[in-house]
Design a binder for this molecule. Structure first.
Ligand code: T3D
Length: 264
């Protein structure tokens, strides 16, 4: 399927989604958000797609909401209904990214701002190029962190750092992002693609049903007490115990060979 503002590539069981408005640092439009939603939704039910990579074309990852989308209205002194826009775009997209039962890697090739930070934060693992930068730019235009920013960021870097970045809008570099835990790894920009495709291929060869359950359990655990978390683990483990991948893992261990997982 051809897309207007993203590019989608399939390498074996790895799906790479590239935000593709490089001249605008891949700022997010309604079209881009709809296209991302469509890909994430179709990949969710595709057994052959076992890992997803999100990255940006050119020197940006994603500069957040395209501020020109409503420019003429603002210039005319109008106040667009942001709630409606959020509900139509980010509120549909971000939960689908977060709850996708496949491992999702953000290959943060360049600057991420506003909703671009939220998109990266919605992914499971963030690998940044040395030239990547991050800014909770919302405050600089008089807004609060939306697109899941108030929920995602504190969970990743803690309340104090999330609050500081959100109320200052400070631009941090990749090394600082690594220090505060916003990214998992920083690599030379030229090595980013190889690093990420290697990781994506490794994850795609794992028992991906267990990865999906692990994501859901970790996400939900913060809202549970220990008893409830143990119960949720037991429920999920009972499901995993019935999978071909569990059987294969145990048999492969006994036979001293590499397992061949199929994600079910
Ligand atoms: O309505 C709602 O739903 C509200 C939702 C809000 C969610 C949000 O994401 S709010 C935050 C929106 N994003 C921003 O405020 C970031 C704005 N951009 C910047 O602050 C800077 O561009 C960066 C720090 C990201 C990068 O700076 P720099 O110096 O590396 O690049 P640049 O020269 O500023 O940008 C390059 C081009 O991209 C430039 O276009 P031009 O002049 O070459 O034609 C610039 O206008 C364009 N661009 C960058 N960010 C955006 C953008 N165009 C539209 N929207 C953008 N967000």
């Amino acid at each position: 399927m051809a897309y207007e503002q993203i590019a989608v590539r399939r390498d074996g069981s790895v799906v790479t989604i590239t935000l593709n408005r490089p001249d605008k640092l891949n700022a997010m439009t309604g079209v881009m958000s709809d296209e991302l939603l469509e890909v994430f939704t179709s990949v969710r039910d595709d057994d052959d797609a076992r890992a997803i990579v999100v990255t940006g074309a050119g020197r940006g990852f994603c500069a957040g909401q395209d501020l020109t989308e409503f420019e003429s209205a603002y210039r005319a002194g109008e106040r667009p209904d942001i709630r409606e826009h959020l509900e139509q775009s980010y509120h549909r997209l971000i939960p689908v990214v977060v709850s996708t039962p496949k491992p999702v890697i953000a290959a943060v090739n360049g600057v991420a701002a506003g909703a671009g930070v939220s998109l990266a934060a919605a992914c499971d693992i963030r690998i940044a190029a040395e030239e990547a930068r991050f800014t909770q730019a919302f405050v600089k235009i008089g807004l609060i962190p939306d697109s899941g920013g108030t929920w995602l960021l504190p969970r990743i870097i803690g309340y104090a750092r999330a609050l500081e970045l959100s109320i200052t809008g400070e631009v941090i570099d990749a090394e600082t992002a690594l220090e505060i835990g916003l990214v998992n790894r920083v690599v030379d920009g030229d090595a980013l693609e190889d690093e990420v495709s290697g990781l994506a291929a490794r994850l795609a060869a794992m028992p991906t049903a267990a990865i999906g359950e692990t994501k859901a359990l970790l996400r939900g655990a913060a809202l549970l007490d220990l008893e409830a978390a143990l119960h949720a683990e037991a429920e999920a483990q009972a499901r995993m115990g019935q999978t071909d991948d569990h059987l294969e893992g145990v048999v492969a261990f006994a036979e001293k060979r590499e397992p061949r997982f199929r994600g079910r």
